[in-house]
Design a binder for this molecule. Structure first.
Ligand code: FES
Length: 76
C-alpha cells in the first residue's frame, strides 16, 4: 500500500509527511513525529489516555486513519 502525503499542524508546528493510510493518528504522532506526550492506554476508547485536540475537539488518537487530519490543527 502506498504512503499518502498529509500536511497538518501539531502544537503550532507545521508538518508534511508521507504516512501509510493504515496507521493511526497516535502512531503518526508518537512514532513518525516522536511526540511521545500523546499516550496509548487501553486501545478500546475507555481510558482517554490517547486524547488529543483536533481543531479544538477532543479526539481519541488510537483509531482511524491519519488522512482526515490533512490541514487540521492538533494539540497533543
Ligand atoms: S487508549 Fe484508551 S481511550 Fe485511547
Amino acid at each position: 500500500m502506498k504512503k499518502k502525503l498529509i500536511k497538518f499542524k501539531v502544537n503550532g508546528d507545521e508538518y508534511e509527511i508521507a504516512v501509510y493510510p493504515w496507521k493511526t493518528l497516535n502512531e503518526v504522532l508518537r512514532k513518525d513525529l516522536n511526540l511521545t506526550g500523546t499516550k496509548l492506554g487501553c486501545g478500546t476508547g475507555d481510558c482517554g489516555a490517547c486524547t488529543v485536540l483536533l481543531n479544538v475537539r477532543s479526539t481519541k488518537s488510537f483509531k482511524g486513519s491519519p488522512q482526515p487530519i490533512f490541514g487540521q490543527l492538533i494539540n497533543s
